[in-house]
Design a protein around this ligand. Structure first.
Ligand code: SAM
Length: 330
């Protein structure tokens, strides 16, 4: 990484910025948005696209080369496709991706592609229409699936599917979901549920990697895929002769804090050095006061200094995070 100034006290180089562009979402996933919680920051509290682009340019000068746009649901924000087009033009960004629930994918995939986005993660926790409604609160399974197929046909590579396995909710489908990787070149990512915010899922629903992998292994032998330099935290496998692959992201059963290269920018302009900690540094106020780029860069450095060595969700006395995932950006 050339000229990285974002090196934390544990000598981790931070080159990855995840940006939540809105706290709004068009789904109410049971494990993400607590019952009755309607995220809605006042518009003036949300960073404008201009402000986000300004922050990204500063971050690139400090060593950020990888950006993911997330939310809330990023595709509900007005003007998002024009924003993506401007984002992909920023020099020095080598990897720009998008995480979406896929509800608006079908009708907007051309705009996403022509904005220059090549990689998409789509969240899909079930292949069953009724269950989809139960998990997300809405009847959008068919249109999400059509969006996924379209993304594949249009050459997004890879199309990653994010799945959060939950006992008693979708764990009877783990092998069906994993089996998608046989015929499609999809990367299926099983992500351990992280207890965050208020109204967390009861521990009866928690399901960790060893059990998830065991069940999938019983269906078909999982062959390890060699790690790539640009890999994220996923432990990768594939079935013999499969077109796609399967990855496990294990923030709880084996956290990857020692290799974490991420910072997060919330929709309200807070820089968070760790998803699992409530520590954050305010970028919006200095930005709106007209601070110089050097002063804003100093805010980044401050966040980097505050990056904890690791989270404590899996220890003997787990410390929770009070913020909701939908407010921080997953
Ligand atoms: N709306 C977009 C979507 O659904 O992909 C982007 C935001 S969403 C917060 C990003 C990812 O976080 C989704 O794949 C979702 O399944 C995951 N997620 C949300 N809450 C989670 C939790 N408590 N533990 C693990 N993953 C979670």
């Amino acid at each position: 990484m050339p000229n990285s100034k974002l090196i934390d006290p544990c000598n981790r180089k931070l080159n990855y910025l995840r940006i939540s562009i809105t706290d709004r979402c068009n789904l109410r996933c049971i494990y993400c948005v607590p019952h009755g919680f309607i995220p809605k920051l006042p518009h003036k509290e949300i960073l404008s696209y201009e402000e986000i682009l300004h922050i990204v340019r500063i971050s690139v000068g400090l060593g950020i080369s990888k950006v993911r746009i997330t939310g809330g649901e990023p595709l509900v924000r007005k003007g998002v496709y024009g924003f993506l087009k401007r984002l992909t033009k920023i020099e020095g960004l080598l990897d720009i991706s998008l995480t979406t629930n896929g509800v608006f994918l079908k009708h907007n995939i051309n705009k996403i592609k022509s904005a220059g986005i090549k990689r998409i993660n789509i969240s899909l926790d079930t292949l069953n229409r009724k269950k989809y409604r139960k998990i997300t609160g809405y009847d959008f399974f068919d249109q999400v699936w059509e969006g996924i197929e379209l993304a594949h046909k249009m050459g997004f590579d890879p199309v990653k599917l994010n799945v959060v396995p939950l006992k008693g909710i979708n764990d009877d489908e783990l092998t069906d979901i994993a089996a998608l990787s046989i015929d499609y070149p999809f990367h299926i990512r099983f992500i351990e549920y992280m207890p965050m915010g208020t109204n967390q899922m009861e521990s009866d629903h928690h399901l960790l990697f060893p059990e998830i992998k065991k069940r999938i292994d019983q269906f078909g032998k999982l062959i390890p895929v060699e790690k790539d330099m640009n890999d994220g935290p996923a432990e990768r496998f594939k079935f013999k002769s499969a077109k796609g692959e399967i990855g496990f992201i294990r923030p709880i059963s084996q956290h990857f804090c020692n290799t974490c290269n991420r910072l997060r920018l919330t929709a309200s302009g807070q820089l968070r050095p760790c998803l699992m900690s409530d520590v954050q540094v305010d970028l919006k106020t200095p930005l709106r006061k007209g601070c110089s780029d050097a002063e804003l860069a100093e805010v980044f450095l401050q966040a980097v200094r505050l990056k904890p060595l690791g989270h404590n969700l899996s220890g003997d006395h787990p410390v929770g995070v009070s913020a909701q995932m939908c407010a921080i950006g997953g």
